[in-house]
Design a protein around this ligand. Structure first.
Ligand code: URA
Length: 436
């Protein structure tokens, strides 16, 4: 047997030098480097250097498109063309208190559009959809491709773990970027997200690109560039893609943490819930339906929340994955409070501080293999613009492990402020822009 490795057409060091010296990578270089990295021929330290060169020197639209395609080609593609209904998916770039996927998937499904929502777990201060749903007794995140298809046919909505077969190159590369300071490169974020969404096979895609302290993108121009890059990638791949740029300076809704966010989801599905969560759910549903060629107005969508149709689909969706929609949600044993230091108007509640505090209380993980606490997190009792009185509770902190309170409180210090009575705190717009 000849165990000499087959000759490789490129040398990783030459590919790194090309990008380091600000030249365009050729299609063949990109195809090779992604494939060779997935095979383990390009070493982690070499890919790390290349990712840093991309972060510093950028990539052209053509390079990003080819990079994305190479990541798609590293694994399998799903195909929903056999379904009797059109498909639409939503992807959020990640925020604090962002539980929108939970009410949105069943809501859209009630209008005859199938929602294949292949999701991830939380890392760092932003929560993960699967972690939230796993606080429901019995609910199962891992489904086979056949189970996904059967559930889409029957219920019309699936929220489950993306299988290891979709864009395996991205799985490796994302883990590497996470520990090498290269997450924030727009070409790498855009190709990472879009390779998974295109490989998933959805017909239409609505992107919720978060902007603000609790998001990857802190300013509107960067977020616009990311949104434009992703919309172009989707459109070029034949996926009808639209992006909303939405505010993440303040947490969404009144909860951050797994079971707490499921509880808030149930309020929304009962026709109540915080206004920002309802408004964004409705705005994204209208976009998803339009992208799937079902023009449905805001009022009609709101009605499906108010009259219980979306709740019926939610219950079927949870039960189809082994979950008990009637089981009581876990509640953390210990609570602590942050109270207003004076009477006035809440001027600021920083999304990043709330996200990190919820994470430190046990709602999130530091390493991928860490467990999360279902009941941990933060309840928010006042949002910017609300009148508050000295001593009033602003936040309730929940955890199983009270030794975590000190570090959570530490990050919340400076994360909120009360302005004098009568101060005008203008309402922040929720949707900042739309890119299509
Ligand atoms: N989410 C992803 O899937 N990839 C990124 O690079 C960033 C956020």
């Amino acid at each position: 047997m000849n165990d000499t490795p087959a000759a490789e057409p490129f040398d990783a060091v030459d590919v790194i030098r090309t990008k380091r010296d600000r030249h365009r990578l050729s299609d063949a270089q990109i195809d090779w480097v992604i494939d060779a990295y997935t095979r383990g021929v390009v070493a982690e330290e070499q890919m790390s250097a290349l990712a840093m060169a991309v972060l510093l020197n950028g990539m052209s639209r053509g390079e990003i498109a080819r990079w994305t395609r190479a990541m798609i080609d590293s694994g399998e593609r799903m195909d929903f063309s056999g379904l009797s209904r059109p498909t639409a998916d939503k992807h959020s770039t990640g925020g604090v208190g962002d539980k929108i996927t939970l009410p949105l998937a069943p809501l859209v499904a009630t209008f005859g559009v199938a929602v294949p929502q292949l999701s991830g777990r939380g890392l760092g201060h932003t929560g993960g959809t699967l972690d939230k749903l796993e606080s429901i007794a019995g609910w199962r995140a891992a489904l086979s491709n056949d189970e996904v298809m059967a559930q889409l046919d029957d219920v019309g909505a699936v929220i489950c773990a993306a299988g290891g077969g979709l864009a395996p190159a991205d799985k490796k590369l994302y883990a590497l970027r996470d520990v090498t300071g290269t997450v924030e490169a727009i070409p790498l974020i855009a190709s990472s997200i879009m390779s998974k969404k295109i490989a998933e096979g959805t017909g239409a895609l609505v992107l919720d690109v978060k902007v603000g302290s609790g998001a990857f993108m802190k300013d509107l121009d960067q977020a616009r560039e990311l949104a434009r890059t992703m919309v172009d990638l989707g459109t070029d791949a034949g996926v009808r893609t639209v992006a909303l740029l939405t505010d993440m300076e303040v947490p969404l809704g009144l909860t951050a943490g797994n079971a707490l966010e499921v509880r808030e989801t149930l309020e929304v599905l009962e026709g109540a819930g915080p206004r920002d969560v309802v408004d964004l759910t409705v705005a994204l549903a209208v976009e998803m339906l339009a992208a799937a060629d079902r023009a449905v107005g805001q009022d009609e969508v709101r009605l499906a929340l108010a009259d219980g149709r979306a709740m019926d689909t939610w219950r079927r969706m949870i039960a189809a994955q082994g979950g008990d929609p009637d089981a009581p949600l876990p509640v953390a044993r210990e609570t602590d409070h942050v109270v207003a230091d004076r009477t006035g108007v809440l001027a600021e509640l920083d999304a990043y501080a709330v996200g990190v505090a919820a994470w430190r209380l046990g709602a999130g993980r530091t390493r991928r293999e860490d467990p999360v606490q279902a009941g941990a997190g933060i309840e928010i009792h006042a949002k910017p613009g609300d009148q508050v009185v000295a001593g009033q509770r602003l936040l309730t902190l929940h955890t199983e492990t009270p030794e975590r309170f000190a570090r959570a409180r530490e990050v919340l210090e400076g994360g909120w402020s009360v302005a004098p009575v009568g101060t005008d705190v203008p309402a922040r717009p929720l949707v900042l822009d739309r890119i299509h």
